[in-house]
Design a binder for this molecule. Structure first.
Ligand code: UD1
Ligand code: CA
Length: 458
């Protein structure tokens, strides 16, 4: 078994994006473009993975910093794709095997296609194997020039004759190379062309002149090698990734009412018979159980929603857990480190932050509950506010099982309402409430008879 090394080119300027950010960090299908490429590369289990960075290279490096074992080569200045690959040479010194060259801006390539490219390359014992595709309409790809049916050279669009521009077989920019002759040959590439760059595709002509074997593998679906050079292409790729993702989920038993407007990240897991309504965003490491209903306009990030939960319209949930059969929203905000218990209810205009709402408890209207631990079967009345911040520190509120908090209550933390206690409407709680007690703080009501009439006379 021959060793595989992957080199990913990501040093280019990406001028056509008109962006202050590196092109390969733009997102499509819930991931930066280059992350899609890296995941596909990982499927080859490469011995080495080198990312060639240059323009805004530090940003790219930082963004990929969490990936272990990744190596970076710096290309400065950026003198073309051939020059870019050359920068990976120190990382591959003394190695042997196959170098797979990928572009950081070509995110739709499938693992199976890449596998087939490498397998053909090895079976034919080629020096280079190019992944090609047939496309229709005007385009700026390099053209595959064949002689007697075999690939003879690649001519860049800008350098091509009108006749060559009519060739509909194009270079995907994805290749497999035998490592042994690669770097010596790269050094013989010149830059006498329309763009004054060292073109990697020139290697094909060089190898053919040297009598080496060059192969081409023709793709069935040219969409797989769509490169992102502009915002338009970014949107096209995003739409394709979304269709693929949603088709996969629907095939696995998830109902998606309007697949064009359901945005579900690649690492999201969803159980069967869950219904996803329009304009829903499910992101990051989110898991949704079976038989859930996720209504329109909901955004869920890095959270776990258990079976049978209902998330009503326009809720935002992040880094939190929602228990089995719980009901959230509409218009609820569940902020990080919150835990809504089994069968609990969080109603409209209620915000939770670092708060546990126990099994069967309810906070149905207009409340802020922060840094709070709420037990089971607690009722939180409308307009309840935990005053968790004294301007310096965040403090804890504890509300034990079975407590009843009347509407318009303020709980000034740190404070505990013990088991089964009641808090009267409009109370400001500054001290702990013992189990079974009723706490009230509002004064006795006074009615001033005839006050309105007197006011009019004044
Ligand atoms: C390239 C190919 C073209 C092919 C097309 C497929 C060349 C000369 N042309 O054209 O035949 O049809 O891809 O998408 O290779 N990069 C660097 N350093 C550089 C220049 C580019 O790292 O100095 C990187 C870019 O960041 C990008 C990739 O190489 O990831 C391709 O470069 P790009 O400028 O997009 O090449 P294309 O014009 O698309
Ligand atoms: Ca490109």
């Amino acid at each position: 078994m021959s060793t595989t090394h992957v080199v990913i080119l990501a040093a280019g300027k990406g001028t056509r994006m008109k962006s202050a950010d590196p092109k390969v960090l733009h997102h499509a299908g819930g991931l930066p473009l280059i992350e899609h490429v890296l995941r596909t590369a990982d499927s080859l289990r490469p011995a080495t993975t080198v990312v060639v960075v240059g323009h805004l290279g530090d940003r790219v490096k930082t963004a990929l910093g969490k990936r272990l074992g990744l190596r970076f080569a710096l290309q400065q200045p950026q003198l073309g794709t051939g020059h870019a690959l050359l920068q990976a040479e120190p990382h591959l010194a003394g190695a042997s095997g196959t170098v797979v060259l990928l572009s950081g801006d070509v995110p739709l390539l499938r693992a199976a296609t890449l596998r087939a490219l490498v397998d053909t390359h090895r079976a034919r014992d080629a020096a280079a194997t190019v992944l090609t595709a047939r496309v229709t309409g005007p385009h700026e790809y390099g053209r595959i020039v064949r002689e007697g049916g075999r690939i003879a050279a690649i001519v860049e669009h800008k350098d091509a004759t009108p006749e060559q521009r009519r060739i509909d077989e194009i270079n995907s920019g994805i290749y497999a190379f035998a490592l042994e002759p690669l770097f010596a040959a790269l050094k013989s590439i010149g830059a006498a062309n329309a763009q004054g760059e060292y073109y990697l595709p020139d290697l094909v002509g060089i190898y053919r002149t040297q009598g080496r074997t060059v192969e081409a593998v023709l793709l069935d679906d040219s969409r797989e090698i769509l490169g992102v050079n502009s915002r338009r292409e970014l949107a096209d790729v995003t739409a394709i990734l979304n269709t693929t993702r949603n088709d996969e989920l629907m095939a696995a038993g998830v109902s998606i009412v309007d697949p064009a407007s359901a945005w579900i990240g690649p690492d999201v897991v969803i159980g069967t018979d869950t219904v996803i309504h329009p304009n829903v965003y499910l992101e990051g490491r989110t898991t949704i159980g079976a038989g859930c209903e996720i209504h329109a306009g909901v955004r869920i990030v890095d959270s776990t929603i258990d079976d049978g939960a209902v998330i009503n319209n326009y809720c935002v949930i992040s880094e939190s857990h929602v228990g089995r059969g719980a009901r959230i929203g509409p218009f609820a905000h569940i902020r990080p480190q919150s835990d809504v218990g089994e069968g609990a209810h969080v109603g409209n205009f209620t915000e939770l932050k670092k708060t546990t709402l126990g099994k069967g408890s309810k906070a149905n209207h207009l409340s802020y509950l922060g840094d709070t631990t709420i037990g089971e079967k607690v009722n939180i009345g409308a307009g309840t506010i935990t005053c968790n911040y004294d301007g310096v520190r965040k403090q804890q509120t504890v509300i034990e099982d079975g407590a009843f908090i009347g509407s318009d209550t303020q709980l000034i933390a740190p404070v505990t309402v013990h088991k089964g206690a009641y808090v009267g409407t409009g109370t400001t709680i500054r001290e702990d409430v013992p189990a079974g007690a009723l706490a009230v703080s509002a004064g006795k009501q006074r009615n001033i008879e005839g006050w309105v009439e007197k006011k009019k006379q004044r």
